[in-house]
Structure formats: structure tokens, C-alpha cells
Write a protein that binds this ligand. Sequence first.
Ligand code: ARG
Length: 461
Amino acid sequence: EAGALWGGRFAGGPSPELAALSKSTQFDWQLAAYDIAGSRAHATALAAAGYLSEAELGAMLEALAALDTAVATGEFVADDADEDVHSALERGLIERAGPELGGKLRAGRSRNDQIATLVRLYLRDHAGVIAEQLIALIDAIASQADAHPTAILPGRTHLQHAQPVLLAHHLLAHCWPLVRDLERLADWDKRANVSPYGSGALAGSTLGLDAKLVASELGFAHSVENSIDGTASRDVVAEFAFIAAQIGIDLSRFAEEIIIWNTREFGFVTLDDSYSTGSSIMPQKKNPDIAELARGKAGRLIGNLTGLLTTLKGLPLAYNRDLQEDKEPVFDSVTTLEVVLPAFTGMVATMRFHTERMAELAPQGFSLATDVAEWLVKRRVPFRDAHEITGTLVRFAEERGLELADLDDAQLASVSPLLTPDVRDILTIEGSVASRDGIGGTAPERVREQLSALTERVRML
Ligand code: ARG
């Protein structure tokens, strides 16, 4: 059969059912340019080992360049008979270099070491794209923090009012996980920066080809130490899928807050029209679909990771065809992130904060109670007693439908003689925030430092 890479030992061609199941060009065609790059490097190694003459190498590289262009322009595409990207491209090479020369390139390599290498090339390229997109998002969040240096947000635990914090502090708390995701991608690359080319089907090759030469032609710093590991492992792919899922989760947690902030009840933010959607029936609606899609797609990213891990579990060494199932999930994770991240960044960059609304709610729900307790501690009251006194004060106020700042001198004294009128001086949200000035605290001064530390950390990457 024309395009097949195997067939000699078979009396007939594959059944249509097998061909339909086995076919992977519908997704591995994305690897075509990387396959050709691998072929170029492999041709160089074949020539260096004496399997191609200088003239043959020249002709081979010319044919590969022509094929590369034909793929890029869409003039050459996989056809129905092609099993995978490798078989299709061999067909394309033979069409351009002739069967004699074109048939020489396959020596000393297998689709098993090819595919393991190509997936890494693809992922390393896209890791670069995703890192750039993450940096843009971190910049957008950090710019919002920078633009709101004193705005107050009701800080929450259990979604209940807890303590007031700076909006900037809260926003930066969404940046740090993304910074760690960036660092994860950089760290992942140490393991991805190793070429499996030369591992052959599983045991290497007898031809004495220079795997290090191939590796460096393809931009890898190293070549694998073990040909079985080179063809059978996919932990580097799974680790990438994990990082993608973690990025999805980090976006999803922020998305959930934006959705809540954007409700009428909260009224903390307004999303820009160009980053919101309408309803086909309710004319008044303006929906936070970007945040919802980001939240929803986190599920898909997690699914891709768990699907891949499940495929790998229990697979004996070395290559098994199950490994073909690594690509669709991880490709999907890449495509998903590459479309979610820019939209999310645009939404964040154009989001307007209603700082008066946030400031108005911040002192409610007795969010300054901890400040009162710590004020007592500064007067050398044991914290256990301070906690008890403040708790009684909260109950006293709550029963009367008052906030702490509304209580008069006599009411304060009736709860405890230790609650002298000057306690009211600390019952302001600005004072509360400013006094949390330890390392990592929400005081404006600390948050300013934090912003520079964050910028510096991203710049170092
Ligand atoms: N398409 C396969 C994959 O994605 C590579 C081909 C290996 N095929 C084989 N029969 N050994 O993993």
C-alpha cells in the first residue's frame, strides 16, 4: 500500500475498521512542522554517520524544505490512507525526493522515538506562548492593584465578613499562584529539555547515529539516558497537563469571585461591555460569561489531566499504542488555555471597581472585632480574656442591631470597664488595615513593597 510505513509481512491491507480506529492525523497533524524539523535533524545525523552522501543530504534537505512549505500553505495535507502524521509526511517526502532517496530517511528511527520527541517540541513552544499570556494576566491584575492603592475590600473567610483588607492585597493574592505557575513551567522545562530521538522503537539503533547532534539541532540541551524510558514515559506530558490544570484552577477561583462581585447584591465591580455578554430573551442582562467559561474550562483541564494519568496507569514498558492517547487531552489543554487567558486578561484589565461600595460594607459584620481584641492585648489583657470581652461586645451590639462603632461610652463600659472610650479610635477600617504592617500584611506600605517584589520576581524569570 502506497503511504503505509509497514506492510511487508502482511498479506493484505488493514481493514477499514482498523484504519478508522488507528488513524490519528485528525489531531497529530498539528505536529507536522515538528516532524519535518525532526527529519531534518535526523538526515544530518544519517549523513554524519555516512548513510547519506553530501549530495543526498542536500537533496533531502531541499525536499524537506519543499514539504515544509507545502504543509504550511496547506497544499500538502494528510489523506484518507495516511495512518498518522509520520506516514503522511513520508509519502510527501517520497513525492518530492523520489522513492530511492525518500526511502532512506527512515533508517535508525521509529515513530516511537519520533512521537515522543515531537510532543515535547510542541509543548515547549506552547509553554512559551502560555507563559507570555500568564505574564500579561499578572500584569493586568498587578496594574489594577497599583491603580487602587488604598481601596478597602471586606476580607472574607468562609465567605463571611472577616477582616478588612486592601483591595490591592486581595488582587495580589491572585497573582502569586500565577507567578508560581510561571515558575512551574520554567521548572518543567528542565525535564522537557531532553530529546528521545535515537531511542528507536525501544532499544536504540545499530547505526551509530549521533543522538546528541539531533537533540541540539532540535533545541534540546540533552538526549535521553535510556531508550526504553525515552519511548515509554509520558510523565513530562502529564506534568504539563497538571500545570495547565493548576492554571485553570487558579483562574477559576478568581473567576468565581468576579462572578460574585459582579452581582447586584455585591455590586463591587462592573465588567466592560466588550468583555460581557447579553441574553437572547432578557434585554437588560449583562453576563460575566468570560469568568464562567474560565471556571467551566477548569473542569475540562482537570479532566484532561486525569484522563491522561488513567491512560498511563499500569502500562507496561515500553511503547504501547495506548500512548497515542496522550495527545488529544494535552493539545486540548493548550488550546483551551490559549483562548481563555487573553479573554480573562482583557476582562480583568477593563474591570471597574466600586470602591465606595466595598468601603461601605467593609466595617459591617463586626469585621473590626479582632482589632478590639488586639487593642486589649496591647493593654496587657490576656488574649483569652480579650477574646471573651470582645465576643460579649459583639453579642451586645448585635442584639441591639448596632455596629461596634455605634456604641456609646456607657454601653462600652457596661460590657467591660476595660473598654474605655479611646477604643473607638481603632474602629476605622483604614486604621485597621494600616496597623497590619508585618511582613506579608495588608498595610498600604507593605502592599506597595509586595507589588515591587512581585514585579521583580516575574522579571527574574
Ligand atoms: N501515532 C503513534 C502515537 O501517537 C505513534 C506511532 C507508533 N505506532 C506504533 N505502532 N508503534 O503514539
